[in-house]
Design a protein around this ligand. Structure first.
Ligand SMILES: NC(=O)c1ccc[n+]([C@@H]2O[C@H](COP(=O)([O-])OP(=O)(O)OC[C@H]3O[C@@H](n4cnc5c(N)ncnc54)[C@H](O)[C@@H]3O)[C@@H](O)[C@H]2O)c1
Ligand SMILES: [Zn+2]
Length: 339
């Protein structure tokens, strides 16, 4: 941080209680050991607090704590902390520096990179936000040891997604190793995270504002988001919904003749091997309705990112409704064996 921020910056560490309890001391000792002055501010934990009211309350705390234009905000936590701290950094005194120190797999491989920040509205997720890139992202896989196995796995699906989009070696590594062993193996973890971050960084650098290429990162998300919304965001962790979404698009790609059946099966098996996943018990018709209302729908056409082989995807806007309905049936049929 000294290298990037210089000496003398006043740091404000934004975090939540679970992260502070486990790793706060370690971070603060390291910061003060390097001569930084750091103030810790806590926000309530959980997606339901990812709203503008929390950002406003935090901004008021910052003022009272003496933060000015030269202050630096450090987002120390999962994607929720990252998104809110990022948004606050873009707004506070018209913008201050941001450092991301992500502490979940999802935040390390995905949310901390790419500059998207935001909060939810009652009407939908991430509807209010800004692009605000961090000056630095500091990733230490060691902090992942305290994640619950379920949270850990949920993030690994996003790494697997990166493998499917454009990194066959990453896919193969995740095919080989169980999540349980991966969580204990810091070297493999570091490699997996690095590969995923590289892929995301490459894509985002080529298309920061999501005009085209960046949309490939939504692999599994079209149906994944619909599953999350249809179950009121209670049943699935985000990564779990994306996992089902990836199986669904493997099926759609297969029945529309874009991927060979062997590769579709291999992809599906790789997703399932990282499980268990909560069952899918939704109606295909309801998913279809959600898709049509989704914000990623342009000119009322639903765009799908479809795998065409392991390590290669295509964006397609002519997926027949029947294939989507059938894919949801496939998910429902798969679920009982798997959970
Ligand atoms: N900006 C982006 O590009 C982007 C991309 C993907 C997701 N997101 C956002 O990220 C959010 C989800 O992030 P998430 O999955 O990290 O959830 P989260 O931030 O809610 O963290 C999950 C839980 O794990 C706890 N936790 C965090 N680190 C821990 C650790 N090291 N040990 C033990 N517990 C720990 C948290 O306190 C929380 O209870 C969503 O709001 C999503 O919209 C943003
Ligand atoms: Zn995602």
């Amino acid at each position: 941080l000294k290298e990037f921020l210089g000496n003398g910056s006043h740091l404000f560490v934004i975090t939540t209680l679970p992260v502070r309890k486990r790793w706060g001391k370690k971070l603060l000792t390291a910061l003060s050991g390097s001569g930084f002055q750091a103030t810790v501010l806590e926000i309530p934990d959980g997606e339901r607090y990812k709203k503008l009211a929390t950002v406003e309350a935090l901004a008021e705390k910052l003022v009272r704590a003496g933060a000015d234009r030269q202050s630096v905000l450090i987002a120390f936590g999962g994607g929720v902390v990252g998104d809110m701290t990022g948004l606050l950094a873009s707004l506070y005194m018209r913008g201050v520096s941001l450092v991301q120190v992500p502490t979940t797999v999802l935040a390390q491989v995905d949310a901390s990179v790419g500059g998207k920040t935001g909060v939810n509205l009652k009407e939908g997720k991430n509807l209010l936000g800004a692009f605000h890139h961090p000056r630095v992202v500091v990733i230490d896989p060691a902090v992942l040891s305290t994640l619950s196995p379920r949270e850990f796995r949920a993030g690994v699906y996003e790494a697997l997604k990166c493998g499917i989009i454009g990194n066959t070696r990453l896919f193969e590594q995740l095919e080989r190793i169980s999540p349980k062993n991966l969580q204990k193996d810091t070297n493999s973890l570091e490699w997996v995270i690095t590969q995923a971050v590289k892929l995301k960084a490459e894509i985002v650098s080529a298309d920061e504002r999501e005009h085209g290429l960046r949309r490939v990162l939504n692999l599994g998300h079209t149906i994944g988001h619909a599953l999350e919304a249809e179950t009121q965001y209670r049943r699935f962790l985000h990564g779990e919904a994306v996992a089902w979404g990836m199986i669904a698009v493997a099926h759609i790609a297969k029945v529309t003749g874009r991927i060979n059946p062997n590769s579709a099966k291999r992809l599906t098996d790789a997703v399932l091997a990282l499980g268990p996943l909560p069952k899918v018990q939704v109606k295909g018709r309801n998913i279809l309705k959600r898709l049509q209302a989704d914000k990623k729908t342009k000119n009322s056409v639903v765009h799908f990112v479809l795998p065409v082989e392991i390590g290669k995807v295509e964006i397609v806007d002519d997926v027949p409704e029947a294939a989507i309905l059938e894919a949801v049936d496939v998910l429902r049929d798969m679920a009982p064996r798997n959970s």
